[in-house]
Design a protein around this ligand. Sequence first.
Ligand code: MN
Length: 242
Amino acid sequence: MAEIMIREGSAATRPAGKQLLPALPYDHAALEPHIDARTLLLHHGKHHASYVDNLNTALAAYPDLQTRSALWLLLNPGKLPQGMRAAIRSNAGGHVNHCMFWDSMSAKGGGAPTGPLGDAIERDFGSFELFKERFDKAGAKLFGSGWVWLVRARNKGGKLGVVTTPGHGNPLEQGRTPLLLNDVWEHAYYLKHEHRRADYLRDWWRVVNWPEVARRYERFEHSAGRSSDAKIARFPWTRRLF
Ligand code: MN
């Protein structure tokens, strides 16, 4: 089975040793009142940490896989030992997605995207408001646990779209490039918003880090056309080694 290579952002390999939980890029209380400190403390320190721990446990008997990034493990299920495939994939996905998620929010977040990303959102969704409506509707409709994403197609002129993935799936598995994601597992909102996922989705826009999302969009532009090989995942994110 062919290997999926990863271009930019996150290398396929990492130094040997255990996967580590990265520090949050802000204080636990930084996203208050929209995302409360206790939720963030548990979400990062318990939920994300458990994916990292479980991934290390699943990889314990496979030293050659310990030098692979979590993103590589997620994108290359055919290279994983069959009996451990499901455990490695779901925990690698949980690790990758949460790293991406923390970087998508900021204490100074909110507002609307400007520049080329703002223009592309208007072009492909009609308006920023219509985009948010699509995103929230998809997130609210997703049954059970999963993620909702703003993605960019590799073909069709790089058209933007909204998709959901169950569990800890990632659009890169379907050849789409992720630009932004929101976590709609109950652990992301239940303490503050209880069962009201739609309210959480609405509040979350107040913390979205648009300059970072715009940077990803432009980074994708910059790398477009360099390869049309479907076996190369285009990943315009800066965090490395997860
Ligand atoms: Mn989560």
